[in-house]
Design a protein around this ligand. Structure first.
Ligand code: SF4
Length: 317
């Protein structure tokens, strides 16, 4: 076996911070919490992911590849978690690179408000470090109602910056959510968080992404999310089909074969070309979501903060 290098070496040498019944936390030394995006197809200017791995363990999670970078099994994405080292001076120094108009996305490869956040408070520290900044475009995507803890900081930031918050709610069916997103807060708790954020005047939307073919793509299912979102005060709804890169497929397919065996063959067929659903399904879903959105008076302002670039909105899982 070749010696580990880079982030894989750092991960292997990380000190254990705490071991819970299902999850162990480690500390990961890193140069910066702020990651500059590059390339023509970039969606954001910067991304911020204070944790590596995610305790919510959604069966469809696309972000498991981040554990592959550390040469760890993708299954450990939800049990072997890394909190990045916090250093306030470094965070403030790095923020000087963010120019007015830049889009900074929190939570593109982890959930920033997963249970680890109660212990480490990295989101809160980073938001405190943003105080006084103006003209930025910030997006936060989460499945956690813990985000309401930071309403004071978020409302303050929203006075001088554009702040979009998305709660990911793929279904209002608690039983189905328990199977697909076993360790995430219940959908009704997430929707209460939407209402609480909206009551404080924050621009909040609901992401029903990823939409799972035959599981969450029925008209009634998506319409139930849209109606509840509207009633809670959300302005935006987006819903894009499941994106299944190899690392996600490796966990999703065995789970599907156990839980919904009658769907396994249909998924193999639908994803026969690779990580993306076939274009016909994509168009069919877009029409369905457009119709539901219009009926419920919701918009699709995801396009606004996505810099009008080609998108992979299943990023907002
Ligand atoms: S889909 Fe999001 S919330 Fe679920 S495990 Fe992945 S990063 Fe966490």
């Amino acid at each position: 076996m070749s010696p580990l290098i880079g982030i894989a070496k750092m991960a292997a040498e990380s000190p254990l911070l705490e071991a819970k019944r299902r999850v162990a936390y480690f500390e990961l030394q890193g140069k910066s919490l702020l990651n500059r995006c590059s390339g023509q197809r970039k969606i954001f200017d910067w991304t911020v992911n204070p944790y590596r791995g995610c305790e919510y363990g959604c069966r469809y999670c696309y972000a498991r590849y981040t554990h592959e970078f550390m040469e760890l099994p993708v299954e450990e994405f939800e049990t072997r978690l890394f909190a990045k080292t916090w250093d306030e001076a470094t965070w403030r120094r790095d923020l000087r690179q963010v120019k007015p108009g830049d889009t900074v996305a929190f939570g593109t490869a982890t959930d920033c408000y997963q249970p680890a956040e109660r212990r480490y408070g990295l989101m809160r520290k980073m938001l405190e470090g943003l105080a006084g900044r103006t003209g930025m475009r910030l997006t936060i995507t989460t499945k956690s109602d813990l985000i309401t803890r930071d309403i004071d900081l978020l409302t303050e930031l929203a006075r001088r910056n554009r702040v979009w918050i998305f709660l990911t709610i793929t279904t209002m069916n608690a039983e189905l959510a328990r199977r697909t997103e076993a360790y995430a807060p219940r959908p009704d708790l997430r929707m209460e968080a939407v209402a609480e954020l909206a009551r404080h005047g924050l621009d909040v939307g609901v992401s029903a992404s990823p939409v799972l073919p035959w599981l969450t793509d029925r008209e009634e299912s998506l319409a139930a999310v849209a109606r509840a979102a509207r009633e809670a005060g959300a302005r935006t709804l987006h819903a894009r089909p499941l994106f299944l890169r190899d690392s996600a497929w490796a966990v999703f397919l065995p789970w599907l074969e156990r839980e919904f065996p009658h769907l396994a063959g249909r998924y193999r067929e639908r994803y026969r070309r690779g990580a993306y659903v076939d274009p016909a399904y994509h168009d069919w879903l877009r029409e369905r979501v457009d119709r539901i959105r219009a009926r419920c008076g919701l918009d699709n302002r995801a396009d606004d903060f996505l810099l009008h670039r080609p998108t992979q909105l299943s990023l907002f899982a």
